[in-house]
Design a binder for this molecule. Sequence first.
Ligand code: BV8
Ligand code: ZN
Length: 242
Amino acid sequence: MIEQARRIIAQAGRVVSFSGAGLSAESGIPTFRDAQTGGLWEKHDPMRLASPQGFAADPQLVSEWYAHRRRAIAEAQPNGAHLALSRRSNMIHVTQNVDDLLHRAGTEHVIQLHGTIAHDRCNGDCGFREAVDMTDPPALRSCPQCGDQLRPAVVWFGEALPSDAWEEAERVCSECEVLLVIGTSAAVYPAAGLIGLAKSAGAKIIIVNTQSSDASSLADVELLGKASEVVPALLDDPSTIS
Ligand code: BV8
Ligand code: ZN
């Protein structure tokens, strides 16, 4: 299987990666699914916390949850999969992850569909935005520009994706020859729709996941294994470097 995947990548010019929480799982960042089955916040539904309604109902709780995640991300290190992707300067990386591990691995061309947890922005529409210290994340605070509340610059459930990131992701996924899908349950939309878009545009779909997912039926090759092992084995092999 991995030989077949290497051949497909070796023959391709335009290779795009599409990733989810499974890419960062081995760096110690719990996936959304794991978040529902383990750890401090297990009694809170992540999709409830990651929503405008959740923030309106209890902004203190939501900002503490993001502070908790920011500290965990600051303590984490990019794993073998992030580093292997960063060594592919001719690849474009579309991710659902709000963590900064791809960037910290030195990866260029990262499109974050669901925003970044490393910034705060105004919850109103005055446009204020600033980077936060992830090792010492700020508590709930007001916007210095308009006095509304500041919130993480991530896309919450029920909110639209940033149009520039979405349009660029649609373009690169409809023009790629190979879409390397890493560590996603492919259950959140419109992001998951990019896999079908690439497939219908003629791309080969290679999936890396520890188990089958909603995207399995679209796979040309499905490699069941850990991202930090399979992705380097796939991309670092000289036969795939065109
Ligand atoms: C919107 C940021 C409308 C916040 C996130 C169509 C059909 C059904 C529902 C909808 C639909 N269209 C819209 C919806 C509603 C909703 C949605 O999709 N709901 C789902 C749950 C059914 N979508 C939205 O609300 C979107 N907005 O539609 O707005 C609109 C439009 C115009 C104008 C106004 C409004 C916004 C969605 C984005 C929400 N924000 N994150 C934060 O992080 O705090 S989503 C968040 O959850 C992540 O970003 C990611 O996208 C998702 C989690 O999925 P994964 O990353 O795949 O992680 P998961 O835990 O699920 O799975 C991990 C996978 O890794 C597993 O497969 C596992 O096997 C694998 N794995 C684990 N370990 C490893 C591994 N693989 C390899 N190696 C390992 N070691
Ligand atoms: Zn403001």
